[in-house]
Structure formats: structure tokens, C-alpha cells
Write a protein that binds this ligand. Structure first.
Ligand code: NAD
Ligand code: ZN
Ligand code: ZN
Length: 338
């Protein structure tokens, strides 16, 4: 069959929207008619090829896809035609390695990533692996739930691995697509939240979403403000795409605290050995979430505790959406509606 899709043919070029051929779902696969797909900053990285590991080319990006199953391949028993599913970054893992066996499938060396190493959901139809798609809870809107499939699960997981406990202060650096849901998960998990961004409109949104303290990192030194006003945070989550935010996130934590790296600028930051040792600071990386994390993250949204702020666009608008994202103009998440 044919479907309209947005394609990265070459890095740093506009995506091409055209009809592509979609095959039949194979063993263990399903065909999904897309209803919505969020646009993640990772899609922008993919179109630039700016990470140490580059995506396949040509590429159909998109890993916040929500749609209805229209066909199932051989061997699929857990999903049926008509089910509503989500197409995530963790498109498929091997199921057999030490990480998969331990329920840490996001670390699988043989994983496929939706819209990066395999074609994703910026397409009217998409093939997916039945064992790895998310089950979308009933009663939620496809457009509103789409960002939970990456922004939601990723930040929920990052907060979990931060080790912060209810009542603790956490700082979220970068109140974009990930950050504005991170902040809501943090509040729902009982944390006090400092929101840091460099755009005032994002901080206004952060306040509306319940941030206890907001800092414009371009006008005020967030480290100084956080140390002075709350004595440092138990955990900092950096979902910004700028090196300086990671340095500030590191220096914002108090003794015994943790810094969770989530955003993916292609940069390094110096970690001071002496301070890290003496202050007992942990630095952790966190990559999306497992299928179990996904279920939990979706349930927060289904329960109304977390709600992505979305605006919709058409598949044909993808180049404008990516340009706006690059300039930091998007408040919340843009979701392509099919
Ligand atoms: P986004 O563009 O929607 O948001 C980035 C935000 O960072 C913007 O609000 C921007 O204003 C803010 N920002 C920029 N400079 C800042 C600074 N100095 N201090 C504070 N804030 C600053 O992007 P997104 O979709 O939220 O993605 C963020 C990053 O997370 C990307 O690099 C993406 O690839 C990565 N990501 C990682 C994972 C993971 O599993 N680790 C998953 C999804 C996305
Ligand atoms: Zn993403
Ligand atoms: Zn594996």
C-alpha cells in the first residue's frame, strides 16, 4: 500500500513529504493507521545527523505515534485489529540479552529505535513490533496522549532514577516538550519543583503547571538562586539542549544529590572530581523508559495528573515545526494530526 510520509533524505535538508510504499506486516508485526505523532527534539537531531550515532537514511522520523491497528502479521496474539497503540523510541529489543532479561530493555545492544534506526510514525501508516508498542488507555485523546510516548515516559523515568523522595526539591532544566511534562510528573510524585528555561513564556507555562520556583537562566544565575532560596536541590534533571544547562544542573544539587542527564546536545561537560567525591553527588544518564515505565507514565496521563500542552500541525507543516523548535519558539509540544 501507499502512504504519505515525511522523509529525511539528507542531513540538514528540508524533509520531503511524499507517498511511500508500506509493506505487509511480517512475523510479529502490525500495521498501524496513524492518528497523531508528537514532534520531539530527537527528530530534529535525526534530521541534522548531529549525534555520534547517525540514523539510517532515507528516514521517516517520529516516535510519539498513536494509531489504530488495521492489520496483524503472523504470530501476533497480544494485539488485535482495532486496538489503539503507541509507537515509541524503543521500537524493538532482542528479548534475550542480559539487559532484556533483567527488565532493562532500554539498554539492549540489539534494539531498534523508531524514527531513527527504523522508519517511524511521521507517516499515515506505520509497521510496528507488536511486543513493543504501547497500549493506549481508554478515554484519552490521541493527540494529547502522543507526547507521553516519549516526553512523558522519558521524564517520568528520569525522575524515578533520580532517587528524589516526596517533599524533595528537584530542578528541571529546559521547559520544552520534555520539561513541561517532567514538571507535572514531578509535582504528581510529590516533589517541589524549580523550573529553569531561557524563555519567559516557557516559565509562565511552568508557573501555570505548578512550578514552585522559576528561573530565567539568561537573566539570573540559576545555581546561585537555587542555592540561596532552597539550599540546593536533591535532584537536577537536564532536558535542555545546551551544554551550559548541564553545567548549571550539576552545580545546583546539594550534598548527596543526583544529576540526571536526559537532553542530548553533542557536548561534554567537565565533572569536578573533588566536589563530586566530597559532596557524594551522583551523575546518571537516563534513556526513555521500559515498557513497564511506559504503562505507568500513560496511567498518570489517563488519571488526569499529567496533561501535555499540545498544538496540532499537519504532516506537510513538518519543516516549519522543526524550524520553530530549533528557534525555541514552541511552548509545550507540537503534534502532527493525521
Ligand atoms: P525542546 O526543544 O522542546 O525543549 C528544549 C528546551 O530547553 C526549550 O524550552 C529551550 O528553551 C530550553 N533551553 C535551551 N537552553 C537552555 C538553557 N541554557 N537553560 C535552560 N533551558 C534551556 O526539546 P525536547 O523535545 O524537550 O528534547 C530535549 C532534549 O532531550 C533533546 O536533546 C532530545 O533529543 C532529548 N531527548 C532525550 C531522551 C532520552 O531518553 N534521554 C528522550 C527524548 C528526548
Ligand atoms: Zn523523543
Ligand atoms: Zn536485548
Amino acid at each position: 500500500m501507499k502512504a504519505k510520509a515525511a522523509i529525511v533524505n539528507e542531513f540538514n535538508q528540508k524533509l520531503e513529504v511524499k507517498e511511500v510504499k508500506i509493506g505487509k506486516p511480517g512475523l510479529g508485526e502490525i500495521l498501524v493507521k496513524m492518528e497523531a505523532c508528537g514532534v520531539c527534539h530527537t527528530d530534529l537531531h535525526a534530521s541534522h545527523g548531529d549525534w555520534p550515532i547517525q540514523p539510517k537514511l532515507p528516514l521517516i522520523p517520529g516516535h510519539e505515534g498513536v494509531g489504530i491497528v488495521t492489520e496483524v502479521g503472523d504470530g501476533v496474539t497480544s494485539i488485535k485489529i482495532g486496538d489503539r497503540v503507541g509507537i515509541p523510541w524503543l521500537f524493538q529489543a532482542c528479548g534475550e540479552c542480559e539487559f532484556c532479561l533483567a527488565g532493562k530493555e532500554t539498554l539492549c545492544m540489539d534494539q531498534l529505535n523508531g524514527g531513527y534506526s527504523i522508519d517511524g510514525a511521521f507517516s499515515e501508516y506505520c509497521i510496528a513490533a507488536a511486543d513493543y508498542v504501547a497500549r493506549i488507555p481508554e478515554g484519552v485523546d490521541s493527540v494529547e496522549i502522543a507526547p507521553i510516548l516519549c516526553a512523558g515516559v522519558t521524564t517520568y523515568k528520569a525522575l524515578k532514577v533520580s532517587g528524589a523522595q516526596p517533599g524533595d526539591w528537584v530542578a528541571i532544566y529546559g521547559i520544552g516538550g520534555l520539561g513541561h511534562v517532567a514538571l507535572q510528573y514531578a509535582k504528581a510524585m510529590g516533589f517541589k519543583v524549580v523550573a529553569v528555561d531561557i524563555h519567559d513564556d516557557k516559565l509562565t507555562l511552568a508557573k501555570e503547571l505548578g512550578a514552585d520556583l522559576t528561573v530565567n537562566g539568561q537573566k539570573t544565575d540559576p545555581v546561585e538562586k537555587i542555592k540561596n532560596e532552597v539550599g540546593g536541590v536533591q535532584a537536577s534533571i537536564s532536558v535542555a539542549v545546551t551544554k551550559v544547562a548541564f553545567e548549571q544542573a550539576y552545580h545546583s544539587v546539594k550534598r548527596g544529590g543526583s544529576v540526571v542527564l536526559v537532553g542530548l546536545p553533542n557536548d561534554d561537560i567537565p565533572i569536578p572530581i573533588f566536589d563530586t567525591v566530597l559532596n557524594g553527588v551522583s551523575v546518571k544518564g537516563s534513556i526513555v523508559g521500559t515498557r513497564k515505565d511506559m504503562q505507568e507514565a500513560l496511567q498518570f496521563a489517563a488519571d488526569g495528573k499529567v496533561k501535555a500542552i499540545v498544538s496540532t500541525a499537519k504532516l506537510e507543516d513538518i519543516n516549519e515545526v522543526l524550524a520553530d523548535m530549533e528557534q525555541g519558539k514552541i511552548n509545550g509540544r507540537v503534534v502532527l494530526a493525521f
